[in-house]
Write a protein that binds this ligand. Structure first.
Ligand code: PLP
Length: 382
């Protein structure tokens, strides 16, 4: 019998829930209308989009009109940085030192439009230093972006504290909640931010769809102009099947944080225990993490090599942020945490999903130990 392939890379992407797929199928088939058309088929599509908007809104505790559908987390992050900055005279933008490249790049490009761009440092365990934020924030600061949970370490960030600090300076606060949604409870209101980015494929929905959630009072410039869809904020014929799937995934995801805490967190605890016994460094393990993630480094073994060997043994894991393209080199997140380069070179990320089991995790630990021992022996001989 072919050995089972075990997927431990849910921060990269998740499998589509069959219930999501079922909802989507109809809108690829008989319900192919354009949501902007006035006839019956168009009205069906529009109704489905608005149902999905309500489902997304409910998951993050906002009104439907605050949801702008986009092509995913990358577009939502670009839209917020470019859309807010272009409506203002240049000032200071502060982003955390561990943001995803789809925040870092648009923010850094603002330099060419006269903006000052600064990174808020993080501690050695990967938490944004709010004390330093208090020192570097001033009346010039107009935009702050700090993610809710880091995609590599899984470490949760003090976003509400950032909001409190920003209030005094009337700075706009955005959070990238792409990795947090569906793993921990996310409430737009409780966070107090003005904008929040999410993506469907991280919570068992389809790829290529996401949303930017905006404060009701906010006006923002669009990235994509045209027919004025999404209240003029994102033109282009709506991807109805994807949006419907996103809505369904959000409806299902209400129970996920509870299930993850109950069923997945103990698996990560078991994995971490085993990793520590093997002499691993586990990044951010004493901080609050999204409960599905363990990011570690074993001494003397390159992360890339481990990922390849683990894949051969039937386990899909990642050596860093898979969604940052094919870029090689040390993780910028670990660099920001000032992790020693040899340790950083060994980084491997395990990110579990709701259906992973203790048996799979134990099988992984055995496989990892065997591979680790073999690679160490080989490097000792060489
Ligand atoms: N933000 C974070 C924290 C992510 O981890 C990712 C992708 O992994 C993105 C944004 C980009 O989202 P998308 O793949 O939907 O473009």
């Amino acid at each position: 019998m072919k050995p089972k392939y075990v997927y431990f890379d849910h921060n990269s992407t998740t499998p589509i829930d069959p219930r999501v797929l079922e909802e989507m199928f109809r809108f690829f088939g008989t319900e192919y209308g354009n949501a902007s058309s006035r006839h019956t088929l168009g009205t069906h599509a529009l109704r489905a989009v608005e149902t999905a908007r309500g489902q997304v809104a409910e998951l993050v505790g906002v009104e439907s009109k605050q949801v702008v559908f986009t092509s995913g987390g990358t577009e939502s992050n670009n839209l917020v940085i470019k859309g807010i900055s272009s409506g203002s005279s240049p000032g200071k933008i502060l982003i955390s030192g561990i943001e995803h490249p789809c925040i870092v790049k648009p923010a850094e490009n603002l330099k060419y439009q006269g903006w000052m761009v600064e990174k808020i440092p993080v501690s050695s365990s990967g938490v944004v230093k709010t004390k330093t934020l208090k020192q570097i924030i001033d009346s010039e600061c107009k935009i702050i972006s700090v993610m809710l949970a880091n995609n590599e370490t899984g470490v949760c960030q003090p976003v509400s504290e950032v909001v409190d600090i920003a209030k005094e300076y009337d700075a706009f606060v955005h959070t990238d909640a792409v990795q947090a949604l569906g793993k921990i409870p996310v409430s737009f209101k409780e966070l107090g931010v003005q904008a929040l980015s999410i993506s469907a494929h991280k919570l068992n929905g389809p790829k290529g769809v996401g949303a930017l959630i905006l404060d009701k009072r906010l006006s923002i410039n669009p990235l994509i102009e045209g027919g004025g869809h999404e209240d003029g904020l994102r033109s282009g014929t709506l991807n109805v099947p994807a949006i419907v799937g996103f809505g369904k995934a959000c409806e299902i995801a209400h129970q996920n944080p509870t299930k993850i805490k109950k069923n997945v967190a103990p698996l990560i605890q078991a994995l971490d225990k085993k990793l520590k016994r093997m002499g691993a460094t586990i990044f951010g393990c004493n901080e609050t993490r999204i409960p599905n993630t363990s990011y570690f480094s074993l001494p003397g073994v390159a992360g890339e090599t481990l990922v390849i060997e683990l894949d051969k043994a039937g386990f899909a894991v990642s050596s860093g942020a898979a969604c940052s393209g094919n870029k090689a080199g040390p993780s910028e997140v670990l660099e920001a945490m000032q992790v020693n380069t040899d340790i950083a070179a060994g980084a491997v990320r395990v990110s579990l999903g709701i259906s992973n089991t203790l048996e799979e995790v134990m099988g992984f630990c055995d496989g990892l130990e065997q591979i680790f021992n073999r690679l160490r022996t080989m490097s000792a001989i060489a």
